[in-house]
Design a protein around this ligand. Structure first.
Ligand code: SF4
Ligand code: SF4
Length: 310
């Protein structure tokens, strides 16, 4: 049996700001909401969400004999997270994309934790998950007591806000003490995220219409026109920058999430002039590499390879 105290100590030492532990179980109560959202077409081009619904709901389909779900959160809040200056007319990039791609960073942090837990319990089996596998990570974060799902569908962690990244460790061992699920929400009468979304993408049931959400449009497949993006060329922080919990949150603590460039120093002319080599050398380690230079130029309203003037 794993010790809850030891798990949280390992999480802290690996660089996470929060860690919670929940007993593994099928999240049946999420089935109808999730399938109705899919049926409503709100996943748009994110067709991978339609696959593996059973795996998404039941951790034991991902890890044989799953007993516990360990959810870890780390803040990436930085100088860009507060939003761009009033009247800003340049291209905008979401604040998480100013640092190194979090997938490898968080995977490394979780693997470090896993190895330490295995040193204490050598028969421990499990898997680490970062955003790319079918895990209902925000629902598990609520189960593990980390916070609530805000109106913009993002997890809000008391004391940290929503500029957080999540990673999970699903293991086949019980834990000596589990956290209680987070009850209720702290949104109260606040609707700032809904009111500030330039695309009208936030639905009344705390889900998103991904066919409208700028963050999805700039990152996932599809070919959005610059007019749909309201100045954002990668990701979108509009519904987070206004959240009162983010305004009072501290900046990130772990140097792993230090920004590696400042998007406020790069204007449309710079983007239009970048060569592939310059793009790789400046942004190759960041999430922008997933989009690629041509897509960034198009989002800026520049000229793409096909010579289309936008
Ligand atoms: S990320 Fe941007 S477009 Fe998407 S819901 Fe938030 S504010 Fe709206
Ligand atoms: S902006 Fe307001 S409604 Fe939206 S998540 Fe934050 S507290 Fe909740």
């Amino acid at each position: 049996m794993l010790s809850e105290k030891e798990i949280k100590k390992c999480a802290r030492e690996a660089g996470f700001d929060r860690c919670g532990v929940a007993p593994s179980r099928p999240l049946e109560e999420h089935r109808s909401r999730f399938t109705e959202w899919l049926r409503g077409g709100f996943s748009s081009t994110l067709t991978y969400l339609e696959r593996n619904v059973e795996k998404r709901l039941d951790p034991s389909r991902l890890v044989a004999g799953a007993q516990s779900v360990i959810v870890c959160a780390v803040s990436y809040r930085n100088a860009i997270s507060g939003g761009y200056p009033e009247g800003w007319n340049g291209p905008k990039i979401a604040s998480y994309a100013c640092a190194r791609d979090y997938h490898d960073v968080i995977r490394g942090m979780l693997l470090e934790m896993f190895e330490r837990l295995r040193a204490a319990e050598p028969t421990l089996r499990g898997r680490v998950f970062v955003d790319t596998a079918p895990v209902l990570e925000k629902a598990w974060a609520v189960e593990a007591g980390l916070g609530w799902i805000g109106r913009n569908s993002l997890l809000v962690v008391p004391g940290l806000g929503s500029f957080v990244l999540l990673g999970e460790l699903i293991v086949d061992s019980e834990v000596d003490r589990y956290d209680q699920p987070y009850c209720g929400t702290g949104c109260g009468s606040c609707w700032r995220c809904v009111e500030s979304c330039p695309a009208g993408a936030i639905r009344p049931d705390r889900t998103l219409d991904t066919s409208r959400c700028i963050s999805r449009l700039t990152i996932e497949r599809g070919d959005p026109e610059p007019e749909q993006l309201h100045g954002w060329i990668f990701g979108c922080d509009a519904c987070q920058s206004v959240c009162p919990y983010n305004r009072s949150a501290p900046d990130h603590r772990s140097s792993r999430f230090d920004p590696v460039y400042d998007p406020r120093q790069i204007d449309r002319t710079d983007w239009a002039a970048f060569s592939e080599e310059e793009f790789d050398s400046r942004f190759g380690a960041t999430p922008l590499a997933r989009a690629g230079l041509e897509r960034m130029k198009k989002a800026c309203g520049g000229e793409n390879k096909k010579g289309k003037i936008l």
